[in-house]
Design a protein around this ligand. Structure first.
Ligand SMILES: [Zn+2]
Length: 483
């Protein structure tokens, strides 16, 4: 069967009446707005060049005076409202609503009748508003994209969002993750601090700062009873978070997620690799200079070639030092021809080639690997003993970049050990803040998709509205004083 196409357009952009008529009828409109035939005094559909016009006047009904409560059907006057009703996606649609005003015979107050089309003095229909809000829930939808879809201005979409969306903070969870994302520049800070419930993966709240005093003030406004419920608090190696967590969560064990430790160690590993690369580069440059001036001996020629190869491998396969790809450790992996090295190599050979001729790289990698094994093999019970051994190994290392890491491990020792705690006995699960990192990506997406937010409350509401699946909007407009 052929799909039903949108009605064809005439050359001047006018829609064909005959095609439209069966698509939108009085009955549809009544059903749409939950009206009965008796509710309607006048009803007309016309097609004009800029869209479909539905003209409606409701029947006279007794209304209660909003001031004194008297019932009345005394008409004062009418005013015509043109309402944008973007529910048909092939055409702009307007409701021309003859809004009736009543006058109270008792207190003389005048007021508009109840109607199902718009909220208050808005010019956008209730249905359009709910479509707009539904679309705004998607993280990648922007105020601009939604405005375009529903034939309304960006300002209108923003106003609708501000009028209907206000998400409250969620209660503090047992497993709280604190992380930051570089996303919103306020007068206070360029970081957004994200509080996540690590169990149900919902965002508890987002704050416009990660400064100590601001965080303490924020948490201290939460009743102690609620703060006491936080049993585990996980964050990155930012001293402020530890100070704040100890101050505001009396029952919490603080943890540093594996991710942050491994990331920091990876940065150090990379510095060792770069310095090895530099050594080869210096050698290459010196020999190039000599070659130009007096030429190279056979032996120098060989050293030059070797240094170039080492430099090439270190630069091209640098990712191996921070990777957990198993192929690096498998000597039996298929070998492929490498043109630069003029031979057959697999990842195992290439890695071996890198560390075999550079003692510092070899030592540094062994240390890094001991941390990887520590996370893979240890349990809470033996984590302390093993970590202390690792700290000694790092401290004894002659490479400064690595020996300094002993200080990092010492400074965060208890938090690292705590990250082995089982927070969910049933599922035998440790605290996991990987989801926080995931959320951060989405927050950045919201930020990028919106050409930067200038209003913090709006940005915060959009994050919570779009990223927590269970959040919803208010059906009625939130009063300004409640905001
Ligand atoms: Zn009255």
């Amino acid at each position: 069967m052929k799909a039903i196409d949108a009605p064809p357009l005439l050359e001047d952009g006018e829609l064909l009446n005959t095609t439209i008529m069966p698509i939108i009828s009085e009955n549809d409109i009544l059903k749409f707005f939950n009206l009965e035939k008796d509710d309607i005094q006048e009803f007309r559909i016309t097609h004009q060049s800029d869209g479909i016009y539905i003209c409606i006047r409701l029947n006279v009904k007794y209304h209660q005076c909003p001031v004194c409560g008297q019932m009345t059907d005394k008409i004062k006057d009418y005013s015509q409202k043109k309402i944008i009703h973007s529910v048909l996606n092939y055409s702009q649609c307007f409701i021309i609503y003859e809004a009736r005003r009543y006058r109270c015979p008792h207190c003389h107050k005048t007021f508009f009748e109840h109607n199902p089309f718009v909220f208050g003095s808005s010019r956008i229909s209730v249905a359009t508003v709910s479509n707009i809000l539904r679309d705004l829930k998607l993280p990648n939808e922007t105020f601009t994209s939604v405005a375009r879809r529903y034939h309304v201005s960006v300002t209108s979409v923003i106003n609708i969002f501000d009028d209907h969306v206000r998400i409250s903070r969620r209660p503090l969870p047992a497993c709280l993750g604190i992380d930051e994302v570089y996303a919103f520049k306020t007068y206070k800070s360029k970081f957004v601090c994200v509080l996540v419930d690590c169990t149900d993966q919902k965002i508890v709240d987002v704050l416009p700062t990660r400064k100590k005093d601001d965080l303490i003030s924020y948490f201290m406004l939460i009743p102690r009873e609620e703060r006491e419920k936080v049993l585990y608090c996980s964050f990155d190696m930012w001293e402020t978070y530890r100070i704040v967590a100890r101050h505001v969560f009396p029952n919490a064990s603080c943890c540093i997620d594996k991710f942050h430790v491994v990331q920091e160690l990876g940065r150090r590993m990379d510095k060792v690799r770069i310095s090895a690369q530099k050594k080869y580069m210096t050698q290459i440059r010196e020999l190039q200079q000599k070659k130009k001036n007096i030429g190279l001996t056979k032996e120098e020629e060989y050293i030059y070639e070797e240094a170039s190869r080492h430099y090439y491998v270190l630069k091209k396969f640098n990712w191996m030092f921070i990777s957990t790809d198993n192929r690096i450790f498998d000597p039996n992996e298929e070998k492929r021809y490498n043109r630069r090295l003029e031979g057959y190599y697999n990842y195992y050979d290439l890695f071996d080639y890198m560390v075999k001729y550079d003692r510092e790289l070899d030592i540094a990698y062994d240390l890094k690997d001991s941390v990887t094994r520590f996370y893979r093999q240890c349990h809470y019970e033996d984590a302390k003993k093993k970590l202390e051994e690792i700290i000694i190994d790092f401290r004894c290392c002659p490479i400064e970049e690595m020996s300094q890491f002993a200080n990092t491990l010492t400074r965060w020792k208890q938090e690292i050990i705590n990250s082995f705690m089982i927070v969910d006995r049933e599922k035998n699960r440790k605290m996991n803040t990987a989801i926080v990192e995931n959320r951060n990506k989405s927050i950045k997406l919201i930020k990028h998709a919106s050409n930067g937010y200038l209003n913090w409350e709006r940005f915060r509401n959009k994050i919570l509205f779009s990223l927590n699946s269970d959040t919803t909007y208010y059906l009625n407009i939130i009063k300004k004083e409640d905001k």
